[in-house]
Design a protein. Sequence first.
Length: 229
Amino acid sequence: MGFIVSGGSIFVGGMLGSLFGRRISLKNEAVLAIGIMLISVVGVLENILSISGGKIVGEHTVIVTIALIAGCTLGDVLKLEERVSSLSGRDGQEQNGFIDSVLFFGIGGLQMSGPILYALEGDSFQLMLKGVIDFPFALMLGAAYGKRVSLSAAVIVAMQLLTAALVRLMGNFLGDNLVPQMCSLGYLILFFSGFNLICAPRYKIRNINMLPGVVLVILYNLFAEVLHG
């Protein structure tokens, strides 16, 4: 039920936004972009910082920074953004909207913890909570980008199901550091989606090229767990 609520809220919100959002001024794209950037900054700080001995400590700063730089370099070599954009034969607003929607809804604490909680305890509450939170943002993204926002729901649910399956199969090999590191890196990538929404096409950060960094974080944590196991 949780997976249906999570994906359905994005699909319905994106469709409603695309159908009725034309009445909304395009200035709301800037509001949406600022909201995305603020959420990203808060998400990074929540996952990368902790309080130890009364002091703020950055636990995962080095790993996340290295993964971001290495991932971006690998993405540039592979020309990942150009390949993703070419899948639809164009690099238009709707294509960017689909990519940004997948990034926005597919990255974050609830996207990770929801499937994990379901896999370990059969509890769908966090997945349903994510659906409630995502619905208004799906409306805004649908108004800004169109119907392709709704298509991102299928990708989000697939990611959730894959996460739940992997946790059941490989739970013993995943350390406690993986989730905050992945979330921190994901929020950084998402931040540049908000930046691009405001500044493109004059200025554009190729944030899709940063995605290999997520794979590098997973590989690092698996390797670290094997060494310490």
